[in-house]
Design a protein around this ligand. Structure first.
Ligand SMILES: Nc1ncnc2c1ncn2[C@@H]1O[C@H](COP(=O)(O)OP(=O)(O)OP(=O)(O)O)[C@@H](O)[C@H]1O
Ligand SMILES: [Mg+2]
Length: 268
C-alpha cells in the first residue's frame, strides 16, 4: 500500500492530512497514533477510496484509488469509527453474513460462516438481536465479525477499542492477534491507546495535524516520552515512571521494566 503526499481540502476550506507519505508492506500491522482531529479518520478514508486527495497518489493492494476502489473493496474488511454507520441489517447474524451474501456466497454457507465467526468472537448469543439495540462494545464486536468474515487481505480498524472497557479491550486485542495469525491480513488500526499499539503494532506511525511526525517500531516510538508528549499522546505508564526515575531509555516490555525497577530498588 502506498500513499504519497496526501492533501485534502474540505468544502469549508479546512485542510487535513498534508504531505503524508506512507508505504505499508503486505502483512504488516501498522498502528496510526494521533490525538483528536490529527487526521486518522481522514487518512483511512483516503485508503478506503472515500476521499480523493487533492495531490499525490494512493495505491492499495496494487490498485490506484479512488478509481479502482471496487477492486480493493472486495479484499477489504473495515470497522468504522462510528459503527452505527455499518450495522444495517435487522439481525446480528444477517449483518455479519451480509458481506458474504453480497459477494455471491450461497446464503446457507454465508450464514454458517457468520455463525462460526460469532462463535470465535464469543458473541454467538447475540445472533438474533437487532444490532442497533446492542451496547457500544457489542456493536464493535459485531462490526469486527462482519469485517473478518470475508477473510480480507487488508483489515482497516478506526479506533476499534474506543468505548470498550478494560476486559473487552484485552479480549479484542487477543482476538485481533489470533485472527491475524490465522488469516494473515495486513492491519491498519488507529487508536490513542498506547497499550493497544504496543500489543498489536509491528510499526507505529504518529500523525499530528495531518503530518507523519514519527514512524518506527513500537519500542522506538512509544518509549520516546518527549515525542509522545509533543504529539499530544500519553506514553505508557511504566515508560513515564522510569523516565521520571532517570532511566534514559526505558524498555517498552513490562517484564523488562519490572526487572529494571527491582534492580533499582535493590541498589537503593
Ligand atoms: N467533513 C469535514 N468537513 C470539514 N472538516 C473536516 C471534515 N472531516 C474532518 N474534518 C477535519 O479534518 C481534520 C482531521 O479530522 P479526522 O476526523 O481525520 O481526525 P481524527 O484524527 O480521526 O480525530 P478523532 O480522534 O477525533 O477521531 C479535523 O481538523 C477535522 O475538523
Ligand atoms: Mg477519527
Amino acid at each position: 500500500m502506498k500513499i504519497e503526499c496526501l492533501e485534502h481540502e474540505y468544502p469549508d476550506g479546512t485542510r487535513s492530512v498534508c504531505g503524508l507519505t506512507l508505504k505499508i508492506r503486505e502483512r504488516e500491522s501498522v498502528v496510526v497514533l494521533g490525538p483528536n482531529g490529527s487526521g486518522k479518520t481522514t487518512l483511512l478514508n483516503h485508503m478506503l477510496g472515500l476521499l480523493k486527495p487533492k495531490d499525490g497518489r494512493i495505491k492499495v493492494l496494487g490498485h490506484e484509488l479512488p478509481e479502482e476502489s471496487a477492486r480493493v473493496r472486495e479484499r477489504l474488511g473495515v470497522v468504522f469509527q462510528n459503527v452505527d454507520d455499518q450495522l444495517i441489517m435487522p439481525s446480528v447474524l444477517e449483518d455479519v453474513a451480509f458481506g458474504l451474501v453480497n459477494r455471491g456466497v450461497p446464503r446457507e454457507e454465508a450464514f454458517e460462516r457468520a455463525e462460526r465467526v460469532l462463535r470465535d468472537l464469543g458473541i454467538e448469543h447475540l445472533k438474533d438481536r437487532p444490532p442497533q439495540f446492542l451496547s457500544e462494545g457489542q456493536k464493535k464486536l459485531v462490526a469486527l465479525a462482519g469485517a473478518v468474515v470475508t477473510e480480507p487481505d487488508l483489515l482497516i480498524l478506526d479506533e476499534p477499542t474506543s468505548g470498550l472497557d478494560y476486559r473487552a479491550t484485552r479480549r479484542f486485542v487477543r482476538l485481533i492477534s489470533e485472527l491475524k495469525e490465522r488469516m494473515g491480513f495486513t492491519l491498519v488500526l488507529t487508536t490513542f491507546d498506547v497499550d493497544v499499539a504496543a500489543e498489536l503494532a509491528d510499526r507505529v506511525v504518529v500523525i499530528k495535524r495531518g503530518d507523519v511526525i514519527a514512524d518506527g517500531t513500537p519500542e522506538e516510538v512509544l518509549t520516546d516520552v518527549d515525542l509522545m508528549r509533543s504529539a499530544g499522546l500519553k506514553p505508557p505508564e511504566h515508560v513515564e515512571l522510569l523516565r521520571e526515575l532517570g532511566v534514559d531509555e526505558p524498555p517498552l516490555d513490562l517484564g523488562e521494566a519490572k526487572e529494571l525497577l527491582k534492580e533499582m530498588l535493590g541498589e537503593a
